[in-house]
Design a protein around this ligand. Structure first.
Ligand code: C2E
Ligand code: MG
Ligand code: MG
Ligand code: MG
Length: 278
């Protein structure tokens, strides 16, 4: 039976693909109402400074609380949002949510933290992004230095138009920039020196099992050295256990983020967690 199917691959009825297409179409139309009906949520995952032990900030990660499908992770809808051009609405929602939280924390007298929002390649092609950011920050009287944007290394390289001018404009307003998933893209060190970024986030693939793989440790150490050579803060992402943390600390990483410290949390849970840290 199996052999017969393999001999006629084109004629094979594939209910999987059809169902997937139907799911994508319906997700796309649902995404249209997700923002209006307040179905998006912003989760926050903290970052710790390894030298001071302090929590310095948090990364904002989008979740979609879908009325029928339940909680959807970004990987299930961000790619569609990018292809359909709806990503800008998600980005704007995430930025506004983050800035409102920063304003609330300031009003509550909390020690200032920063929030990092992930932005997509398409956002970088939008020349209006820097001005939109400036307006948003001014509206809520938030210090631009408390907002950070994360751009993936692959996103930078894939960008149709040169993103450097937009990045410089954003940086000029005082908003900080990080390169996300660093080490997985194709950017050259020559390119890196021209980017107005503050932080390198070492991709989890260099962090996972770094304690048992000496080659991974060697790569981690060289990334830290490049980052520090350029005057950047180096963050290890996806740290899950103490054995990994020990190597990461020893390699000189500045900040850590990962399940070992905390999973991404809804705002109220994050605030409770933060208070418990003292
Ligand atoms: P990212 O920016 O690299 O975010 C880190 C991802 O790793 C998050 O997955 C986070 O939940 C997960 N993570 C954190 N610590 C650990 C750990 O210790 N172990 C493991 N295994 N995973 C860990 P998430 O939330 O599913 O997000 C996936 C990706 O989706 C993000 O990767 C980011 O590229 C994208 N994304 C998330 N939110 C947004 C958004 O608002 N806008 C855009 N454009 N992209 C977003
Ligand atoms: Mg990120
Ligand atoms: Mg990352
Ligand atoms: Mg990632």
């Amino acid at each position: 039976f199996e052999a017969k199917r393999l001999r006629q691959p084109v004629a094979v009825y594939n209910p999987g693909a059809e169902a997937a297409r139907a799911l994508h179409l319906s997700l796309l139309s649902d995404l249209h109402t997700a923002i209006q009906q307040d179905q998006l949520r912003q989760f926050l995952q903290p970052k710790r400074d390894l030298k001071t032990g302090r929590i310095t900030g948090a990364e904002a990660l989008v979740r979609w609380h879908h009325p029928q499908r339940g909680w959807l992770p970004p990987g299930d809808f961000i790619p569609f949002a990018e292809r359909s051009g709806r990503i800008r609405q998600i980005t704007d929602w995430m930025l506004a949510r983050a800035v409102r939280t920063l304003a609330d924390w300031a009003a509550q007298g909390r020690a200032p933290l920063y929030i990092a929002v992930n932005i997509s390649t398409l956002d970088l092609q939008d020349q209006s992004l820097p001005a939109r950011l400036a307006t948003l920050l001014a509206e809520h009287q938030v210090d631009p230095g408390q907002l950070q944007l994360e751009v993936t290394e692959t996103g930078l390289m894939a960008s149709g138009t040169d993103p450097i001018a937009v990045l410089h404009a954003i940086r000029r307003w005082g908003v900080r920039l990080a390169i996300d998933d660093f080490g997985t893209g194709q950017s050259s060190l020559a390119y890196l020196q021209h980017l107005p970024v503050d932080e390198l986030k070492v991709d989890r693939s260099f962090v996972q099992d770094v304690n048992t793989d000496p080659r991974r440790e060697a790569l981690l150490r060289s990334i830290v050295s490049v980052g520090h050579g350029l005057g950047l803060t180096v963050t290890a992402e996806g740290v899950e256990n103490d054995a990994e943390l020990a190597i990461i600390r020893n390699a000189g990483c500045d900040l850590v983020q990962g399940y070992l410290l905390a999973k991404p949390m809804a705002l109220a849970d994050f605030e409770t967690w933060l208070t418990a840290q003292g």
